[in-house]
Design a protein. Structure first.
Length: 94
């Protein structure tokens, strides 16, 4: 079981401020996670290839093929504030 001091140590590392209820809840939840990891470590996983997903993913991204950009003049025509060949934006803090 993860104790209060261990939870507080992890919270400090993560720069989290936890109240007493959260500390108790995190102690229980982290202990449960470690119990699951111990069960997984008991499995014989020799010959099992590492994966990044539990299901095979195919065609999840479109092909990255170059194509012409829109004409700059056409885009700047509809810009709320254009100048010097680009968009004008407010200065930081101003």
């Amino acid at each position: 079981m993860i104790d209060r001091e261990q939870v507080l140590h992890v919270a400090r590392l993560a720069r989290l401020r936890l109240d007493d209820d959260a500390i108790e809840r995190m102690s229980t939840e982290l202990s449960g996670i470690l119990d699951h990891i111990e069960k997984i470590e008991e499995l014989d996983l020799d010959g099992v290839e590492p994966t990044s997903h539990v299901v095979a993913l195919e065609n999840v991204l479109r092909a990255d093929e170059p194509r012409p950009s829109w004409p700059r003049e056409q885009i700047l025509e509809v810009a709320p504030d254009a100048g010097d060949g680009g968009f004008r934006v407010p200065s930081p803090g101003g």
